[in-house]
Each structure stands twice: as C-alpha cells, then as structure tokens.
Unconditional design. Structure first.
Length: 310
C-alpha cells in the first residue's frame, strides 16, 4: 500500500518520500477506507516544517493528512453505520496521504453520492472548524453581526456561508482579488485588507470577530472591529496585547466535539454550502511536494486536493 511520508522535518522536496506500508489490522470499532482523494491543509505544512514540534513530536517516517474521502473496504464487527462499498468522508488523526487509512468508525460518515471526491476531502477540516467554532465554542453568545477575517480562505469561506445560513449579518475581509468570491458566498459587507483598513471601516460593528487569516495576521484590525465586550476568536495565536474588553477565545480541536455530528451536518448542508477547490493534482509524490510548496506562499483561494484517477 503506497503512502507519502516525511522522513524528517524540513523542506518539502527534501523530506517527502514514497513508502510501501503494511496494512494495519482493523479491530471491532475501526474501518478501513481506500482513499480516492485527500486534502492538504496549512497545518500539514506547519507539522512538516517542525513548527509544531514543541507540542507534537512526530515519529518518522510519518504520514501526514487528516482529511480524505474514499470507499470502505473492511469494517469492524461492532460498526453498524457504514458497510463495505460505501462512499465515505474521513477525518483521521493522521495518515490520509496515501492509498488507505484505518480510522475509528465515529470519524467517518457516508458521503452523499452527489458530492464530489474533491469537495468531500477538501471540506473536512475547514468544516469541522467552522461548525465547532460557531455551534460549540460560541453557541448563543455569537450575537447578530459577525466579522470574518480571511473570508476567502478554506475556513473563512465556510464561516461566511454557515453564518448566512443562520441569518447573521456577515462583515468580511480578504484580498481585493477575492472580493467577488466572498461577495458571492453571501457576505453583506466587504473590505479588501490590501486596499483599505478594515479595522477603521468596520470599527465597533461586530458582536463577534473571527480571525481566520493564515497565521492569524489580522488581530489589530479585529480588535477595532469587535464591539466592547464582544467575542474575538483566533484560529492561531490570540493578539499578545488585548486592547479592548472582550471575550478572547482560542479555537482548537477538542475531544468534546463529535466528528460524527459535525460531518453529518456537512452532508446535510451539502447542497447549500460551497467548498472551493483550486487544484486537483494526480496521486503522486510530486503532487504532494508541489501542493506543500504552493501553500507556503500565498496561493489563489481554494483547496488543493490529491486525487486518484477515476
Ligand atoms: N485552530 C484550528 O483548529 C485551525 C483549524 C483550521 C485552520 N486553522 C488555521 O487557520 C488559518 C486559515 O486556514 P485555512 O485553511 O482557511 O487557510 P487558507 O485557505 O490558506 O486561507 C487563508 C486566508 O488568509 C488570508 N490571508 C493570507 N495572507 C494574508 C495577509 N497577509 N493578511 C490578511 N489575510 C491574509 C487569505 O486571504 P487572501 O488569499 O484573499 O489574501 C485567506 O482568506 C491557518 O493559519 C490555519 O493553520 C486553525
């Protein structure tokens, strides 16, 4: 079984290798999935660079990847909600960069037949983040007006759409080149951060501000936009100096969130929520390296997906 692993921390072209791995056994509660598509996330890039090594030590060779979609090939004896042959969406702790993954059954749901493989794989982490942040971290505290910074990104674009589904007023910022995309997703107001100061334009207007920019670059503007006493949510680090009274929250994955619940919601909203896919690359080591190198820069909006030929 072919997998794409890193042999060390470092540059993509120096550390990615193709390995032939032994299939893992499937116990009572697990499921084996033949992967047809997997997504590359900014988190994978940080892991490969060694930026997370103080919190998460990897054992090499390590197979990155949390998000995938494919076909069930084996189920444990206690698994009832999927069967061999089902098309599924997978959220794994790691290991989706390859032909196969074995995951606990509660981390997969059936993929709607109308959902493409690339959308199924590309939506996983961005959707889990969106859903859990809005539904569980904030819940009723979110208020009526929400600012999404990084609204053109994988997480930001789903946030805009999910918040509009919930009837919120959505203020948004991203680069000028992505204004059309963000408006089409439903944002009520838009400011291009590379043309104007979103902090001044939307000062004191949002009950909740979510900084979904890459690396959390919009904290200063976000604090200006938050109403005093509102919520400021960071997907990366919180601003070092909190300049306004408010509820400062750091979002991260939590064992209290149910992947099954969130991914089921994703499948239920499939017809209403758009996952932007920028690139679909063939199932090859060169594709994985090229995807990582692109994500290190400032690529056009949309997920990069590695997909097996139909
Ligand atoms: N804590 C968690 O559980 C969690 C979960 C998922 C993601 N994340 C993190 O959240 C961030 C967003 O993830 P993603 O997958 O949505 O990334 P993404 O698709 O690459 O989106 C990045 C966003 O950042 C914006 N951006 C890039 N450079 C910027 C700059 N200099 N100033 C302002 N905005 C800028 C982009 O806007 P333009 O392209 O329009 O400039 C885009 O909207 C990443 O840092 C990721 O690691 C955290």
């Amino acid at each position: 079984m072919k997998r794409f692993a890193i042999k060390d921390y470092g540059l993509a072209k120096e550390v990615f290798i193709e390995i032939e791995a032994e299939p893992r056994p499937v116990d009572e509660t697990h499921v084996r999935v033949e992967l047809l598509a997997f997504a590359i996330n900014p988190y994978d890039v940080a892991l490969r660079q060694g930026a997370m090594r103080d919190f998460r030590t990897l054992k090499f060779p390590y197979v990155l990847g949390n998000d995938g979609a494919g076909i069930v090939t084996e189920v444990g004896s206690e698994v009832t909600h999927v069967k061999v042959g089902d098309e599924v969406i997978v959220h794994a702790v790691g290991g989706t960069y390859g032909e196969e993954v074995v995951v606990p059954s509660k981390k997969i749901v059936k993929k709607p037949l109308t959902m493409s493989w690339e959308v199924a794989a590309g939506g996983v982490t961005p959707w889990l983040t969106t859903y859990n942040l809005v539904t569980h971290l904030l819940g009723d505290k979110i208020g009526e007006t929400v600012m999404v910074q990084g609204a053109s990104g994988a997480v930001g674009s789903l946030l805009v759409q999910f918040l509009k589904e919930q009837g919120k007023v959505v203020l948004a910022s991203a680069s000028k080149r992505n204004e059309g995309l963000v408006r089409q997703l439903g944002a009520d107001e838009f400011v291009a951060y590379d043309e104007a100061d979103a902090g001044a334009a939307f000062a004191d207007q949002a009950d909740t501000v979510i900084d979904a920019t890459k690396g959390g670059r919009a904290g200063e503007a976000g604090m200006e936009i938050m109403k005093t006493g509102g919520n400021f949510v960071a997907l990366n680090n919180l601003p070092s100096e909190q300049k306004k009274n408010g509820n400062y929250l750091s979002f991260g994955p939590s064992k209290t969130y149910s992947d099954f619940e969130a991914l089921t919601a994703f499948t239920e909203l499939a017809d209403k929520i758009q996952v932007n896919v920028a690139d679909v690359l063939p199932f090859a080591l060169t594709s994985v390296i090229s995807a990582h190198e692109k994500l290190e820069g400032h690529p056009s909006a949309g997920k990069i997906i590695i997909k097996k030929a139909d």
